[in-house]
Design a protein around this ligand. Structure first.
Ligand code: FAD
Ligand code: EGU
Length: 492
């Protein structure tokens, strides 16, 4: 490949669709002459910049927004996130884990379940000390951008919105402050989120698979301020959950002793709440204990000055083009009901790094293998998150939620070596997501066997005690119904 042109400013001369340009046959990034463009300086793009920086290649990050480190207020999505093992492992490889966790992470050792009557129950995540961390999105993003920027080979370009790209040649066109900016790269990493412009370009290639689903639920973030004495208004070291079937609320602690509360419910329900009275009525019925914590006035003000945001799940494949790769939400946006979107995106960076090492940066080998290895796992965690969304809705109240978790904990306590709950494999190990599903299916069959044995014994007992009469008929009906349900859950 010839010498690289640096980014230049020019006028648009073409119609935008840039597929089908010259295809370079030299895809090997040998040290000294290669350029990687990262589109999107969000969580995954910023971490990727830290990873690529260490390989000594020329890294250019193009981010649509301004530099968040210079902004007073950053608009957009969720204020804090649950960071677990996969995300931590990825931060560790670039030396950021301790900084993030010790300075800015708040450990959460379990869930604190809020019942409708205000009673609370804790279900620990694991053995003593095992925890996940609540981290601020903004802090995390800023830390990674600053770390990337300490490398002289990293260049950050804010206020650059990708308009067009040619994923065969590595040519890109950005809009920056009303100007067209052109750039070229040997590799384009599309880390531009759930509505990715790089993915939109990939979709024009033949045989690209794509599916997206918007769920009926939206989410809205509210805030619980500190108490009058400046303390956390709830026990800080837990993920607080208000499970209510169709509705759900989750709260994660912030550094400044506030809580970010995320209310999940169908858009139709959001739409039905149109007056302060309707809102308070709704909260009194479902989240009574949260009203004094948020404050009536603040609740009304925040709810009506906010609007609910949609939740989308995206699956696609392949993740690569000759000179591009999509990662993070761009490749696998998921509903947030497993707290894994960022963690999975960070793990993507680990995998790319492993493959770049394994194949000595030969992109012709790295890119296809990345798709091959990552796709089954990304689709698995998208499925798990969606399945959990469905399950949460069926756990109509906090008691059902507690029972479900209690069964898992019970089995884990008594068979610590053979029984690992699914959430535990997902959040506390790096077992591949698709293998975690396979493991769970094996466990379900075991429980199912146990339940059926019990049911059979029960049926026999009932039959013996009431050989004739209605009791026999109703008992068999119950057992049959349970068996049918269990079978349908297993998809048999
Ligand atoms: P993003 O963070 O969306 O970053 C994409 C970046 O690309 C942005 O900065 C954007 O400005 C930029 N961009 C977009 N288009 C262009 C363009 N054309 N040109 C240039 N730049 C562009 N995950 C967890 O692990 N734990 C959690 O607890 C958790 N909670 C969540 C709660 C909610 C309510 C939601 C919605 C998500 C949650 N997630 C969580 C998921 C997590 O937010 C995402 O998985 C994560 O942000 C993905 O990072 P990303 O870098 O791929 O995308
Ligand atoms: C949702 C929104 C509890 C942050 C799934 C658990 C989440 C998070 C759970 C959000 C739930 C749900 C798990 C973690 C985590 C639980 C998990 C969900 C963080 C199965 C900021 N989920 N989330 N499962 O087990 O594995 O505690 O917005 F309510 S962290 Cl929906 Cl571990």
């Amino acid at each position: 490949m010839g010498p690289q042109k640096s980014a230049e400013v020019s006028r648009i001369t073409e119609d935008g669709d840039m597929m089908g340009g010259d295809v370079s046959d030299d895809l090997i990034i040998a040290s000294g002459e290669r350029k990687v463009a990262i589109v999107g300086g969000g969580l995954v793009g910023a971490l990727n910049a830290c990873y690529l920086a260490r390989r000594g290649v020329e890294v250019h990050v193009y981010e649509y927004r301004g530099d968040i480190r210079q902004m007073e207020h950053v608009p957009g999505r969720s204020i804090n996130l649950a960071l677990s093992h996969r995300g931590r492992s990825a931060l560790a490889r670039v030396g950021l884990e301790d900084l993030v966790i010790q300075q800015h992470g708040i450990p959460m050792y379990g869930r604190m379940i809020h019942a409708t009557d205000g009673r609370k129950k804790v279900i620990p995540y694991g053995k003593a000390g095992q925890c996940i961390y609540s981290v601020g999105r903004r802090y995390l993003n800023e830390t990674m951008l600053s770390e990337a920027e300490t490398h002289p080979n990293v260049h950050l370009h804010f206020n650059h919105k990708l308009l067009h790209s040619d994923l065969k040649t590595g040519h890109m066109v950005f809009e920056s402050n009303g100007q067209e900016v052109q750039a070229d790269a040997d590799l384009i990493l599309g880390c531009d989120g759930a509505y990715s412009a790089v993915r939109r370009q990939m979709m024009k290639a033949p045989r690209f698979n794509y599916s997206q689903t918007y769920i009926p639920h939206g989410y809205m973030e509210l805030c619980i301020p500190p108490t009058a004495t400046g303390q956390f208004a709830m026990e800080p070291n837990y993920l607080h959950i208000w499970p209510r079937g169709e509705f759900m609320m989750i709260a994660l602690p912030n550094q400044d002793r506030t809580w970010t509360v995320t209310l999940f419910m169908p858009f139709a329900v959001f739409d039905r709440i149109t007056t302060p009275d309707e809102l308070l009525e709704f909260f009194r019925e479902n989240y009574r204990d949260a009203i004094p914590l948020i404050g009536e006035e603040k609740l009304i003000k925040d709810f009506f000055s906010n609007r609910a945001s949609p939740l989308v799940s995206v699956k696609c494949s392949p993740y690569h083009s000759p000179k591009a790769l999509i990662m993070g939400d761009a490749a696998h946006a998921m509903v947030p009901f497993y707290g894994q979107g960022m963690n999975a995106g960070f793990e993507d960076c680990l995998l790319l790094d492993d493959l770049l090492t394994k194949h000595d940066m030969d992109l012709e080998r790295v890119l296809p293998e990345y798709t091959e290895v990552r796709n089954p796992d990304a689709e698995a965690i998208c499925d798990l998150a969606m399945y959990n969304y469905v399950e949460m809705r069926h756990l109509v109240n906090s008691r059902a939620f507690l029972m479900r978790k209690a069964l898992d904990s019970f089995l884990h306590t008594f068979f610590p070596n053979s029984w690992t709950p699914l959430y535990s494999m997902v959040s506390f190990t790096r077992v591949r997501y698709h293998q975690a599903i396979a493991h769970k299916e094996r466990q379900d069959k075991i429980v199912f066997g146990g339940v059926m044995t019990l049911a059979a014994a029960l049926a026999a007992g009932v039959a013996y005690l009431a050989q004739r009469g209605d009791l026999w008929r109703s008992a068999t009906e119950v057992v049959n119904e349970q068996a049918r349900l269990a079978l349908s859950r297993l998809g048999l």
